[in-house]
Write a protein that binds this ligand. Sequence first.
Ligand SMILES: Nc1ncnc2c1ncn2[C@@H]1O[C@H](COP(=O)(O)OP(=O)(O)OP(=O)(O)O)[C@@H](O)[C@H]1O
Ligand SMILES: [Mg+2]
Length: 280
Amino acid sequence: MSAALAELFHKGKGDEGANIDIFVHKGEQQQMARDSKLVAIYSLKGGVGKTTLSVNLAAESALRRGKKTLLWDLDPQSAASFILGHEPEKKARARSVFERDVSPDKLVQKTAVPGLDLLPADISLRGLDGLLASLGKKKRLAKLVESISDQYDRIFLDCPPGLTETSEQMMRAADIIIVPVIPSPLSQRALDDVVAHLKEYHKGHAPLLPVFSMVDRRRNLHVTAMSANPDWPRIPMASAVEQMAVHRSPVGVFAHRSPAGEAFHMLSGAIERKLSKVKD
Ligand SMILES: Nc1ncnc2c1ncn2[C@@H]1O[C@H](COP(=O)(O)OP(=O)(O)OP(=O)(O)O)[C@@H](O)[C@H]1O
Ligand SMILES: [Mg+2]
């Protein structure tokens, strides 16, 4: 573990490995009736399990924790939207909430998962970074989230990879940032880069919770990487996860007792415990 990461994590020992700098930056939201929280799933790296975590954690929140939940898909690949049964519309409109002040709730759809709504992505989000940068409004995403937060207990953001204007805005808005890490040196480096960035540019940022993703205990590399951080939550490599795109459902709907289903449930509990300590 890098020195920066060790310092961040040391503060949260004994709490599922979650580290922790708690930041008070959402004063306006204190007044809300709901204790609405924004959970961002983010990594610098592509293909590490962000969408998988987003869909399953949002489903856990709605199905098994009774939270009114929204999954906001910010990735133009729209994989989360696909898994949750969304069919692309003729006109790609996802960008309009950022560009033309269309209220996010105009685009929100119900899903087949009770209590879970979806704000779908589409190809129009492809140039979102450029658009956000050109708008010059650093808290555009935070304000949009705030505009619908009285309708939800939990809002999950499935973020695209990369260190971009979209991720900058996410870092300003999030109450907690979940970072999937495949147990390997490269993924670990990507996490270290995120930590370094947060420390330098987002003083007092939201707590960060790394999660080992796609864990395969038969691989020495995975076992070694995990031994360095034995208290981080783990999601096993599992066929149930691959089946999500076939069933077009979260694991919790068709295999909640599988090892992956149990792991998502436990992680969802760890996030709730962490959020209960995050001040508004
Ligand atoms: N625990 C797991 N077990 C098996 N397959 C998994 C697991 N987690 C993710 N995958 C598979 O790995 C691939 C990448 O996962 P996912 O789409 O969640 O990553 P991502 O970080 O969102 O990718 P991107 O950066 O492209 O958005 C997918 O095909 C997914 O089904
Ligand atoms: Mg994804």
